[in-house]
Design a protein around this ligand. Structure first.
Ligand SMILES: CC(C)(COP(=O)(O)OP(=O)(O)OC[C@H]1O[C@@H](n2cnc3c(N)ncnc32)[C@H](O)[C@@H]1OP(=O)(O)O)[C@@H](O)C(=O)NCCC(=O)NCCS
Length: 145
């Protein structure tokens, strides 16, 4: 199985906005349609996550000019595809893509304090707690070089 990050296009945008989450997960990540618009107007990279030829999730990442940080702003795997290792594999792919930017020395990610799956996943990859809370979210940081 190969995970790839692919552009949002005429061919896949409708499938991307139909990816589902469990009701209790909806507080943890903005709807994909919103994130696609946000990436369009704020800048950054909105990408569909594919496992081989199957669409499994969505991510949005980029440089935040205000803070000067590289952020993984959103990450979600569709409910029916969760728990199969796609989230972890996608995260590695996202990090490798971001690292190719010469000024990307650290990668930030944040999550709601009650999102234990996200906390466990990010910590297991090497993200460290910055000890700060921003907009109610726990902020983790990964050295990227
Ligand atoms: C967080 C998320 C991206 C992880 O993707 P995933 O494909 O389900 O995760 P993986 O299969 O790669 O598993 C990653 C780890 O999380 C654990 N995990 C995944 N789903 C879990 C669940 N429902 N309950 C408990 N643990 C879970 C796995 O056991 C694995 O840990 P391990 O390798 O130590 O066993 C996905 O669950 C998701 O989209 N959640 C809803 C949206 C969200 O919270 N996004 C993050 C916002 S910051």
């Amino acid at each position: 199985m190969t995970i790839t990050l692919q552009e949002i296009t005429k061919a896949n945008w409708q499938q991307v906005i139909k990816l589902k989450l469990a009701d209790e997960q909806k507080n943890w990540v903005a709807p994909n349609w919103y994130s696609i618009l946000e990436a369009h107007y704020e800048g950054g990279f909105a990408r569909a996550i594919y496992a081989d030829d199957t669409l499994v999730g969505f991510t949005y990442f980029g440089h935040d000019d205000d803070s000067g940080r590289w952020y993984i702003v959103r990450l979600m795997i569709g409910l029916e595809q969760q728990g199969k290792g796609y989230g972890r594999a996608a995260l590695h792919e996202i990090i490798n893509t971001m690292r190719q930017n010469p000024d990307c020395h650290e990668i930030y990610i944040s999550f709601e304090p009650d999102n234990d799956v996200a906390r466990h996943l990010y910590a297991s990859i090497g993200f460290e707690d910055t000890g700060t809370i921003e907009d109610g979210e726990v902020v983790f940081r990964l050295p990227a070089k």
